[in-house]
Design a protein around this ligand. Structure first.
Ligand code: T5A
Length: 213
């Protein structure tokens, strides 16, 4: 079974919600429908983007100006769109991306306090008509997410932020979901993994029913 055109699916949420874990689960669901899938991530997804990611996450750059951070996110994204996302979609592949521009609205717009308007200006410049077809927003309380993420060593520059930063990020994500209910599906991630994945499967099955023939 194949689709006529590529589709663009993103996973979003604060640290530790389970995006990376569930990207693979969603890939499996799509491949079971015969869909050819490209899995990628932001910041990153290209050699240049992965180098920008290192700059963004590295503690050597603690205190980076919020605008620098914002522009680096979009610089990596411009490369990612040109080299990976648009070519894959044009070839009829489906793209699953671990974070995209909603993360910039949430982290830089909400968390850093830049606001949605300036992020929207850059989004319009960098990718105009390109929007995810579906965004799976995994949501849970900030403390739970940070506890899960904190099981790893070497917290990066973002993971060292304080609780109120992540509360603003979570709040921004939930506002985005309210603004675009057609595109977003909010999945409660504060549950055992098998429950989260059962819900993801339900949501994906319903969404795919109208998109794959
Ligand atoms: N960023 C990114 C911006 O500020 N602006 C932007 O525009 C973009 C694109 C790096 C950082 O960049 C920032 C946001 C980030 O701070 P990242 O590496 O994608 O981005 O993000 P992280 O959130 O740091 O990735 P994490 O790995 O912390 O979170 P995930 O991917 O959501 O979580 P995952 O899957 O690694 O799971 C974390 C742990 O929880 C367990 C897993 O096994 C793992 O140990 N887990 C569960 N445990 C119990 N129950 C469940 N249901 C579980 N699901 C997963």
């Amino acid at each position: 079974m194949t689709s006529a055109a590529g589709r663009f699916i993103t996973l979003e949420g604060i640290e530790g919600v389970g995006k990376t874990t569930n990207v693979e689960f969603v890939r499996g669901l799509l491949e079971a429908h015969g869909v050819e899938v490209v899995v990628t991530r932001e910041p990153g997804g290209t050699p240049l983007g992965e180098e920008v990611r290192e700059l963004l996450l590295d503690h050597r750059h603690d205190g980076m100006a919020a605008d620098t951070e914002l522009l680096l996110m979009f610089a990596a994204r411009a490369e990612h769109i040109a080299r990976v996302i648009r070519p894959a979609l044009a070839a009829g592949r489906w793209v699953i991306c671990d974070r995209f521009t909603d993360a910039t609205f949430a982290y830089q717009g909400g968390g850093r306090g830049i606001g949605f308007e300036r992020v929207a200006l850059l989004a319009d410049w960098v990718h105009r008509d390109l929007q995810p077809d579906l965004t799976l927003l995994l949501d849970l309380p900030v403390e739970t997410g940070l506890m899960r993420a904190g099981r790893r060593n070497n917290a990066d520059r973002f993971e060292k932020e304080k609780l109120d930063f992540f509360e603003r990020v979570r709040d921004a994500y939930l506002r985005l979901a309210l603004q675009e209910p057609q595109r977003f599906r909010v999945i409660t991630a504060d549950a055992p993994l098998k429950h989260v994945q059962a819900r993801l499967q339900e949501v994906m099955t319903e969404w795919l029913a109208t998109r794959i023939s």
